[in-house]
Ligand binder design. Sequence first.
Ligand SMILES: *Cc1c(COP(=O)(O)O)cnc(C)c1O
Length: 362
Amino acid sequence: MERIPVYQPRLTGNIQRYVNECLSSGWISSRGEFISRFENAFAEYVGASAAASVSNGTVALHLVLEALGIGPGDEVIVPSFTYIASVNTILQTGATPVFVDSLEETLQVDPQSIAAAITPRTKAVMVVHLYGHPCDMDAVTRLCEEHRLLLVEDCAEAFGTRWKGRHVGTFGDAATFSFFGNKTITTGEGGMVLARDDSVMERCRRLKSQGVSPVREYWHDMLAFNYRMTNIQAAIGLSQIEMAAEILRDKLQLAQRYRDGLQGLPLRTHDPVGDVTHSYWMCSVILDDPKERDSLRQHLAENGIETRPFFPPAHLMPHCRAEVDLPVAENIGSRGINLPSFPDLVEEQISRICDAIKSFYR
Ligand SMILES: *Cc1c(COP(=O)(O)O)cnc(C)c1O
């Protein structure tokens, strides 16, 4: 029986040619022509004026929080139902994450829960477009404007995701993307940063490269990091951007196949709500009965089908535990499964996955 993984990157197109150009030219480190070519192509794809590449999606978050001046004494509102990097990077700045709840239907942060969590110490809101569906950006941007809060968008799972036609990452003061091996476009490890103000973007560029003075060699006038991407990563990224429209098209078709193939079962697929483009980083199912979640995953594993559970809520984790009541985050965290979601899944594999799920319920 052939094993079907949860994810597998599509590594065709110009990838070999571009990587070989890095090798034959000798530009394998964080200088070289592919860095700016990838940054420019990425910015153009999402409709931003500029983009700065970094070594992964976690440091991308840390970098923008630092560039926005978030630190000790500040509170940053973040959904508990997210990947842990969103929370850890807030903690790494010295600020306090304030956990809020999510919406049952979209799985995205609940704007009313954000409103209820605002205090005089709130400095920023971090929204996370989870599994490829956008957050309600009308409500979120309105709240941030009303209360003069900074807005950070964690778009690690949302390349290709749009809210009312506009790409996510272009609504906030800053935004970040991840190009980990299982993300919609990948560079192996890698990330990207967007910022609304040129001054914030300039700070990101300085902070990611040791804070070196632009006019004096080896002169460093700020505490900074080495968060740079390599030319090889950027070469891979450029080839991925060239194929992005096809990758997204194939993932959308896959999601539609799951939706059709899983009808009439005691579960739902994660469908788009409203005027949005869901990019389906992950094709998820949310079970009616959380008690069946682990046994369904076990059943699929026995059929050679790899899955992932939804993220457990961050407010329950030992290092960032908070005594808060977030019923939706706790509930959906225990009911979700991510199915194989890569763009090269073929019809026969999709049928096998749907049949295995149906056989569990029979
Ligand atoms: C993947 C991911 C990150 C971190 O990205 P890395 O490139 O793995 O460091 C951050 N936030 C979310 C929501 C993610 O899914």
